[in-house]
Design a protein around this ligand. Structure first.
Ligand code: 5GP
Length: 118
């Protein structure tokens, strides 16, 4: 796999890999995590690839803000509106996909199970 290969999340955007897509607009896609760690476990992902949330914040902070608003909308629609938003940033924290994604978690959370335990 080379750096120019599409990420697994780009392949979901391109419909090359099936996913339970719960939200999509021109800039953002959100879909259920394949290995849920809570009653609600959705990934919110900008379609443009930034490796980590820090890269996104430095380059396009407004898009990071819109990701948070989409997370809230999903929690409103699918849970009680309250949620945890986790960005693993770096391999030592458990980040495995280097295409920034926020884990939207609500209800029945398996504590400490998203990424490595802190
Ligand atoms: P990370 O560990 O990088 O913070 O989170 C990556 C997340 O992506 C994991 O929770 C993992 O279950 C999820 N994931 C990896 N591959 C796929 C996939 O092909 N489809 C979906 N829906 N989720 C995936």
């Amino acid at each position: 796999m080379s750096e120019s290969d599409p990420t697994v999340f780009e392949r979901i955007v391109a419909r090359e890999i099936p996913a339970d897509i719960v939200y999509e607009d021109e800039e953002i896609i959100a879909f259920s995590d394949i290995a849920p760690k809570a009653d609600l476990h959705v990934l919110v992902v900008p379609k443009t690839v930034y490796p980590t949330v820090v890269d996104l914040a430095e380059t396009d902070p407004a898009l990071l803000g819109r990701l948070v608003v989409v997370a809230k909308r999903i929690a409103d629609e699918r849970a009680n509106g309250e949620f945890r938003l986790v960005f693993n940033s770096g391999a030592s924290t458990g980040q495995s996909v280097f295409h920034v994604h926020g884990h939207v978690l609500s209800g029945g959370l398996d504590e400490g199970s998203v990424g490595h335990e802190l």
